[in-house]
Design a protein. Structure first.
Length: 94
C-alpha cells in the first residue's frame, strides 16, 4: 500500500468512525494530523531527480468489465497534495 493509498484511506475511515458515533471533532482532527504527517512523509521521500510518477499503485477492481484504479504523483501533484493536507488541517483546527 503506497503513501497515496493511505492519504485516500484515512479520511474514509474517519468518516466511517464519525458515522458510527465517534466524536466528530476529535476524529476529524486526528485524521487531519495523520494526513498532514503522511503528506510531509511523501515530500521527504520524493526523489526530485526521478522523472515521471512516484508512489504509484495500480489495482484491478473488476475483471469484466475492465475496471481499475491507478494513483501516482509527480512534482506538481505533490505540491497540490501538500497544499490539500495543510488546508484540511487548518480547516479542522478552526
Amino acid at each position: 500500500m503506497s503513501i497515496l493509498d493511505l492519504l485516500i484511506l484515512v479520511p474514509i475511515v474517519a468518516a466511517v468512525l464519525v458515522l458510527l458515533g465517534g466524536p466528530g471533532r476529535t476524529v476529524a482532527f486526528s485524521a487531519a494530523i495523520l494526513n498532514t504527517l503522511l503528506g510531509l512523509l511523501a515530500v521527504l521521500l520524493f526523489d526530485a531527480s526521478d522523472d515521471g510518477f512516484q508512489f504509484t499503485a495500480q489495482r484491478i477492481l473488476l475483471a469484466s468489465p475492465a475496471l481499475g484504479s491507478s494513483v501516482g504523483v509527480d512534482g506538481m501533484g505533490l505540491i497540490m497534495v501538500l497544499l490539500t493536507v495543510l488546508v484540511t488541517l487548518a480547516a479542522v483546527w478552526v
